[in-house]
Design a protein around this ligand. Structure first.
Ligand code: PLP
Length: 508
């Protein structure tokens, strides 16, 4: 790779300097050449890239899951300034292979058990490619009628797949973090409206926000972005099963009201990131209804499981909530970014998020859905395509079969861990994540934490598998998050052998 691109005239920036003049001439020369990729070139390189992706997926298992690299190595091997001249795609692809790919954690690897699955089914890649190739943008219905109407259709298909009633309408957001932010802003505005109506002329009371200790970091971040100060955010402890403790919540709310504040928002979690614990939506809905709070559900991960009727009792009460976010870009297999947000009161959503500048007005306004009014960005990608491709190529039955496979693997694996001396499954296994700890005799407290983190780090560094650790109830545990598209039982057996090997090695 050329590490000092032509035109890197870092010795002097003077336009009168000889090398700087050369630099300008080269730009002019480059301008005279064709400056865009022709459709023919695109076809040629596009086929090669599709081939590359197909081979990458076929041979992924031969690569280490995490490729060893040290901070700064990749940056140091890249030119520090942009090329002034056109470079052939072949060179870019060669550098991609030699410099970029070795600097990756391979999320689609069958031995990837970290975080949550971020599955990108190949059919979804094709839908996403079409979206990019079309280059259309949704800023109004008219700017891409099919973009809006396919999104409405896919969101309604997904609603039916989740077993939600027709009272819900959905929109695709870029992330669960954004969806939660939009929900919290809606909640804040509804609370402010009610507060003002109830007490004309009075200074409004501080609005209070509640969520559990196991809520994702995006929840409190969204609350802060939506203007809740730290003293307006209450973090509620959980019960032994990881569900928000509603007795403590009631007490907190009563105390807050007694000190002049007003409960406004409650964010519940379906499938906590550390443990996949589920809150109890019936209990939370009782509380939200009693105090007129907006109840938002972060089901970023567990939403996928709700396409399985046997999982739905876990979110009983969901119909009594106000908004839900669920990421098809996690376990379900849609390419990132694809986060489904469902809202019951879409009139309120549009009142809060809607804009109507003259340059966006069209003759169909009022008769069509304007998704720009359902979230923050104006320009929206054609994200529904990747979901459409996924759902149609897999069918609901195919998606359900894969999710059941992963849940079954998680339970089989948990049973093996439970019956192995010195190993423990921490808590329940509500979905596809098994939380474990290796507890050699005599190790406790900080020493046990250090051991837990050490064996995970050693296993990850080996490249044989990838796991994430998390701090729950003051102690570190290891999450075995099963559900990458290509993970079959032999990969889990191999993981288990490696877990035992690295845990033994680091305890010795
Ligand atoms: N909520 C939960 C429960 C999650 O597990 C995650 C990510 O793993 C998020 C929210 C954030 O999702 P996103 O990256 O789509 O913002």
């Amino acid at each position: 790779m050329n590490t000092k691109p032509i035109g890197d005239n870092s010795e002097s920036l003077s336009p009168f300097n000889e090398s700087a003049c050369l630099y300008v001439d080269e730009i002019r020369d480059a301008d005279n050449e064709a400056s865009v990729l022709t459709p023919d070139d695109f076809r040629k390189h596009g086929y090669a890239i599709i081939d590359w992706i197909a081979t990458y997926r076929e041979t992924l298992e031969e690569r280490p899951v995490l490729q060893a690299t040290t901070p700064g190595t990749i940056r140091a091997s890249l030119p520090s300034s942009p090329p002034s001249r056109q470079e052939p795609i072949e060179d870019i692809l060669a550098d991609f292979e030699s410099t970029i790919v070795p600097g990756l954690l391979h999320w689609q690897h069958p031995s990837f058990f970290g975080f949550f699955p971020s599955n990108v089914e190949l059919s979804s890649v094709l839908g996403d490619l079409l979206s990019t190739g079309l280059g259309v943008i949704g800023i109004s219905w008219e700017s891409g009628p099919a973009l809006t109407e396919l999104e409405e259709t896919c969101m309604d298909w997904l609603r039916q797949m989740l077993g939600l009633s027709p009272a819900w309408r959905g929109v695709i957001q870029d992330s669960a973090s954004s969806g939660t932010l939009v929900a919290i802003v809606c909640a804040r505005e509804r609370h402010a409206g009610r507060n003002l109506a109830a007490e004309p002329g009075q200074a409004s009371k501080p609005a209070m926000f509640y969520t559990s200790t196991l809520a994702h970091s995006s929840v409190t971040k969204a609350a802060a972005v939506a203007g809740f100060r730290r003293d307006q955010i209450r973090i509620v402890p959980t019960r032994a099963n990881g569900a928000l403790d509603t007795d403590i919540l009631r007490t907190m709310i009563e105390d807050d009201i007694a000190s002049g504040a007003s409960p406004a928002v409650l964010v519940a979690t379906a499938g906590a990131t550390a443990t996949t614990a589920m809150d109890n939506f019936c209990e939370l809905a009782d509380i939200a209804e009693a105090w007129g709070m907006w109840l938002h559900v972060d089901a970023a991960m567990a939403g996928a499981a709700m396409i399985l009727p046997e999982c739905r009792p876990a979110w009983e009460g969901i119909e009594r909530t106000d908004s839900i976010v669920f990421n098809p870009h996690k376990w379900l297999g849609a390419a990132t970014d694809c986060s489904a947000m469902y809202v019951r009161d879409t009139d309120h959503l549009v009142r809060v998020m809607g804009t109507n500048p003259s340059y966006l007005r069209t003759s169909t306004d009022g008769a069509v859905t304007q998704f720009r009014d359902w979230g923050v960005p104006l320009g929206r990608r054609f994200r529904a395509l990747k979901l459409w491709f996924l759902i149609r190529t897999q069918g609901v039955d195919g998606l359900a079969r894969r999710l059941r496979r992963d849940i079954d693997h998680a339970h089989r694996f948990a049973q093996i861990v439970r019956t192995t001396p010195d190993w423990r499954v921490v808590g329940d296994v509500p979905l596809q994540t098994v939380c474990v700890r290796h507890e050699p005799h005599g190790l406790r407290g900080k020493a046990l934490d250090a051991h837990t983190r050490a064996w995970v780090a050693a296993l990850n560094a080996s490249g044989k598998a990838y796991l994430t650790a998390a701090l729950v109830d003051g102690a570190w545990l290891v999450r075995v998050s099963i559900g990458a598209l290509m993970t079959e039982w032999p990969h889990i057996e191999r993981l288990w052998q490696d877990m035992q090997k690295y845990a033994e090695q680091t305890s010795g």
